[in-house]
Design a binder for this molecule. Structure first.
Ligand code: ZN
Length: 71
């Protein structure tokens, strides 16, 4: 029976493929939030412009403060 051999191959294929399916079912961590700290001038000299690093405002020279991050 040639068919039995064909079935054997199909079953083998399913066995080989199924672990891959299980791995793909791993869901990426969606709960992970990237918190980006941004800084901006407390006087808002630059209309909400934010900086990724601490420093001084180029306009008024005040120390930049942490800006609330929008989710
Ligand atoms: Zn400023």
């Amino acid at each position: 029976m040639k068919n039995s051999i064909l079935v054997l191959f199909v079953v083998l294929g399913a066995v080989i493929v199924s672990p891959g399916c299980n791995n793909s079912s791993k869901e990426p961590k969606t709960g992970q939030t990237e918190e980006k700290i941004q800084y901006q001038c407390p006087m808002d000299c630059e209309k909400g412009k934010t900086y990724e690093e601490k420093g001084q405002c180029p306009v008024c020279g005040m120390d930049l403060e942490k800006a609330p991050v929008e989710a």
